[in-house]
Design a protein around this ligand. Structure first.
Ligand code: THU
Length: 131
């Protein structure tokens, strides 16, 4: 089911711009429409200005006019699956429901699946702002 997502995430990972960490990451999101959006990490000599692969995929989805995804896939050339950073967990939670699966994978094929509510338990959400 996520084979197409894995392929897109893997393909885009190759384009990651990582001269500082040398750590390539690729991410793919399946929008509600079925369209897949991909992104890679893009680093900067001013290190904090770099962006994660997940943020790139989210930006591609929103730029294309979609604001919800039903499945995510993150891949890196690491020995163990890479989990999204804290900031990306919040970014993903903005556009996916609590039960949306996020597959974290290595290039060698190890996979770990967690849903968004497991990645960001007690997430700050819109309900907290309603009075
Ligand atoms: N990185 C991602 O793109 N996604 C993750 O889920 C974890 C970390 C990037 C940020 C930085 O370019 C490099 O990996 C090392 O932290």
């Amino acid at each position: 089911m996520s084979e197409d997502l894995r392929q897109r995430a893997s393909d885009v990972m190759a384009n990651a711009y990582v001269p500082y960490s040398n750590f390539k990451v690729g991410a793919a999101l399946r929008g509600v429409s079925g369209t897949i959006y991909a992104g890679c990490n893009v680093e900067n000599v001013a290190y904090p200005e770099g962006t994660c692969a997940e943020a790139g995929a989210i930006a591609a989805m929103v730029a294309a006019g979609e604001t919800e995804f039903t499945e995510a896939y993150v891949i890196a050339g690491s020995p163990m699956p890479v989990t999204p950073c804290g900031g990306c967990r919040q970014k993903l939670a903005e556009f996916g429901k609590a039960d949306v699966p996020v597959t974290m994978a290595t290039a060698s094929g190890v996979e770990q699946v967690m849903v968004l509510s497991e990645l960001l338990p007690g997430a700050f959400g819109r309900a907290h702002m309603e009075g």
